[in-house]
Design a protein around this ligand. Sequence first.
Ligand SMILES: Cc1ncc(C[n+]2csc(CCOP(=O)(O)OP(=O)(O)O)c2C)c(N)n1
Length: 385
Amino acid sequence: MTNHPEIVDHGGYAGHGEDYLLPSDAPVQLIAPEGAPMTAGDYKEPYALPDDATLLDGYERLVIGRRVNEQAGALVRQGRMAVYPSSYGQEACQVASDMCLRSSDWLFPTYRDTVAILGRGVTPMEAFESLRGDWHSGFDPHQYNTGLPTTPLATQLLHAVGVAHAAKLRGEDTVALALCGDGATSEGDFHEALNFAAVFHVPVVFLIQNNQYAISVPLIHQSVAPSLAHKAVGYGMPGERVDGNDLAALLAVLGHALERARDGGGPSLVEAHTYRMEAHTNADDATRYRSAEEVAQWVPKDPLLRLQKYLSDAGLLGAADTERFAAAAEVVAKTIRDGLNTETSPDPADLFAYVYSEPTPQLREQAFMLAEELSAGQPLEGAQS
Ligand SMILES: Cc1ncc(C[n+]2csc(CCOP(=O)(O)OP(=O)(O)O)c2C)c(N)n1
């Protein structure tokens, strides 16, 4: 029993019993890697295949997402962008996140979730500005109800809990969806976010995109839990696991978790099984810690090809659709290309301008030193000649 109005005694999780917190015995799959619809699996919820129009919409988003990854990779190689954490092969998790959220909900992405950020309506150049290194964030989170892509691992989970908690206190039906990687589950912030969310019954869903690696650290060196979804049980929230390369399954599982949160059912944790097909970023050499054979095993599980096969076999994807989606993707790619091929001349003083509303003495001193060096025409310390 509790006197705190926000703390709910679920009495065995709202009458479901403890098993309700456990994930399904296997990751939820509604479309097999070869593109065939699956017969009903023995999952903890009756997950259903989304309707045709939803899947076609999802497919178009996957085509655009893939093109964004390809274009960004090319621009990084051309030196037009400082860094790009590719989500090639993982796009379905981000596309499903966008499709399951309302515009009034909040998304809290990581550095690898550019595709999801674009899907929230952020313009390509706003999304790519910070990756190019010429502006601090690129977009206003409040304009798109989308947090900035966070590089400090797992911090965004706490931001999501805070926003969702505030919405609950205001009596709004807003929910928050927070994305993170498998590596981020080892952070203290992950624990704090899930614990607070469960105790205060906050309308938030945590989606772990388990792409098997935290840079060079494989999952087996990260956690020996039965699955990352099982971690939910310890916090007292339901966990679920899903094939992260099956857009249909992601839509069903995430949709269910978000609607439960919206209906006052509290937080939950979803683990999506996927794979990081490319290096961690362009600064990483993935061949140093994983074999080509391992990567090759994931090629046939590609989320885009899987849905393409399903839709084609069902007679839902015609040549005109394919052409239209490719053209839409090309428009986005061209916008990114044109934007990043335009020279900018960022003011070096901006480095210090937006850190604190009142700059600290140290920042003031550093800004002064930089200004002096620049006005004397000296190369910056550490700059290559
Ligand atoms: C708090 C913190 N510690 C360490 C790092 C360095 N770091 C950047 S990415 C990364 C791996 C993260 O892996 P994961 O959470 O699985 O996400 P992925 O990159 O695979 O999407 C690490 C350790 C960081 N950014 N923040």
